[in-house]
Ligand binder design. Structure first.
Ligand SMILES: Cc1cc2nc3c(=O)[nH]c(=O)nc-3n(C[C@H](O)[C@H](O)[C@H](O)COP(=O)(O)OP(=O)(O)OC[C@H]3O[C@@H](n4cnc5c(N)ncnc54)[C@H](O)[C@@H]3O)c2cc1C
Length: 276
């Protein structure tokens, strides 16, 4: 977790670009590894609601939807393979139902901070609902976060407030106010980290504010001469590649989470990857 004075914004970032050589073929069908259209996200688990494993026979599974090339094919060898590797039986009856969520811990309010942000951010840039607080309080760390939430029903500590900055000025105001009022700011990108990077320490007494960067998703400048770009940190990989591809470029950065992870998250976690 970053404390108030730390630089949370990385509002504008320089990345190196690769010119897509031979531009013909950009976006052609054989290049498309998955359907990059937007979709409804799973609130807590990885991915989109249209895509999940389901049994299509007692010992066989398939992936639903049509987003990925794998979707729709019956996979009779997958369960035996997973059982062999994991050493546990996998059956439709063995699927654990999700438990009912426990009530969240009450919000720790910091009134002067909240009044301060109210003077700068619009009401649609601030959220305090339980759903918003919970979604912003974890990444995708399987056991400590997702298992605990879905099958044990709670997380020890969750954020108290979620804010959605839309400009560098918004970020500056937030950092200044957090510093003044001793509030913790936690930048939120796509929430896809698998390292507990968004987990709130259970004993944190101060107000914790999740700063969701995803409304800051614009390419500010593309310098074609030097193959560099200035891009807001909240853009996700899918949006970024879509925008760059339209202009004949790519970042060449392709983590398996590219659909949902963000530029700021990549830099903060030192991400790497070759999805294709
Ligand atoms: C299915 C799956 C596949 C994955 N594949 C890969 C892979 O191929 N390669 C790889 O490296 N990782 C992979 N990951 C892990 C994860 O996607 C990366 O760590 C990714 O970089 C996290 O980005 P995010 O935007 O989701 O960040 P978050 O999870 O939202 O945040 C991660 C950390 O970065 C900080 N942060 C986020 N945005 C900012 C910002 N703007 N300014 C300052 N700090 C910020 C957060 O506070 C937090 O500490 C995968 C994860 C999943 C679930």
């Amino acid at each position: 977790m970053l404390e108030a004075p730390a630089i949370i914004g990385i509002a504008v970032i320089i990345v190196f670009l690769i010119l897509l050589w031979g531009r013909t073929g950009v976006g052609s069908e054989e290049d498309v590894f998955y359907d990059p259209s937007d979709g409804e996200r799973q609130p807590h688990k990885w991915g989109y609601t249209d895509t999940r494993f389901e049994f299509d026979g007692p010992r066989s599974v398939r992936v639903t939807g049509s987003r990925y090339p794998l979707a729709g094919y019956s996979m009779p060898y997958f369960i035996p393979f997973a059982e062999e590797v994991l050493g546990v039986p996998i059956t439709p009856e063995g699927i654990m139902p999700e438990v009912e969520r426990e009530a969240l811990p009450p919000r720790r309010q910091n009134d002067p901070f909240e009044q301060g942000i109210g003077a700068v951010l619009g009401t649609d840039q601030v959220a305090t609902t339980d759903d918003e607080r919970l979604v912003h309080s974890h990444g995708q760390l399987s056991v400590d976060e997702i298992y605990r939430l879905l099958y044990l029903g709670s997380l020890a500590r969750v954020v108290d407030l979620v804010v959605y900055p839309q400009s560098e000025d918004d970020v500056r105001h937030l950092v200044r106010l957090a510093n003044e009022h001793d509030v913790c700011l936690v930048p939120y990108g796509g929430g896809t980290n698998v390292s507990g990077a968004l987990a709130c320490p259970a004993d944190e007494e101060r107000t914790i504010v999740s700063v969701d960067m995803r409304r800051m998703n614009q390419i500010v400048e593309l310098d074609e001469q030097n193959l560099q770009a200035t891009i807001e940190a909240g853009i996700n990989g899918k949006e970024l590649e879509r925008e760059l591809e339209a202009r004949g470029y790519t970042t060449g950065h392709d983590p398996d989470s590219v659909e949902l992870s963000t530029l700021g998250g990549w830099i903060a976690t030192n991400a790497s990857g070759m999805k294709k």
